[in-house]
Design a protein around this ligand. Structure first.
Ligand code: RP5
Length: 159
């Protein structure tokens, strides 16, 4: 079966955070492919990769980048698949990732990027959001997401 979610990040240094997205997906029974490609440093390879996604069966793309975080926007410009952007905290981040947040979220009208929170929390939520989108046509997956919510709520209540 083809992988329905693709994860891309701007640098290998983003991997520890973006792995959280892939682990979240795996916890819901969804395997994903992970790639390192940069909007600025490897623009041609990025375009070639994006062009393979829809024909390959990918349904959602999760993009993580820090600093001048244009990766999600560049991917969204090249595909009509839903794109989820995770702003990351680069080593030289301004405002704890505010630079990446604004670079990711402030897309021009017509080219949407669903931007989640900065860092690990965003990576988790990107995985859950991707699963929720897939679950609109996958009842079993929807059941697993509801079960995960129940487990997380029980943890909060029990401390
Ligand atoms: C961004 O610059 C990457 O997404 C990363 O978050 C940041 C730093 O990259 P490296 O200098 O570690 O390669 O493009």
């Amino acid at each position: 079966m083809s992988l329905r979610v693709a994860i891309v990040m701007g640098s290998a240094s983003d991997e520890p955070t973006m792995r959280v997205a892939s682990e979240t997906l795996l916890g819901l029974g969804i395997e994903s492919e992970m790639r390192v490609l940069s909007a600025h440093r490897t623009p041609h390879a990025l375009r070639e990769w994006v062009e393979t996604l829809e024909p390959g069966g990918v349904r959602i793309v999760i993009c993580g980048a820090g600093g001048a975080a244009h990766l999600a926007g560049a991917v969204a410009a090249l595909t009509t698949l839903p794109v989820i952007g995770v702003p990351l905290v680069a080593p030289n981040a301004i405002g704890g990732g505010l630079d990446a947040l604004l670079s990711t979220v402030q897309m021009p009208r017509g080219i949407p990027v669903a931007t989640v929170a900065v860092g690990d929390a965003g990576a988790v939520n990107a995985g859950i959001l991707a699963a929720e989108i897939l679950a609109t046509s996958d009842e079993l997956l929807g059941g697993r997401i509801k079960e995960m919510r129940r487990r997380n709520a029980a943890k909060i209540v029990s401390g």
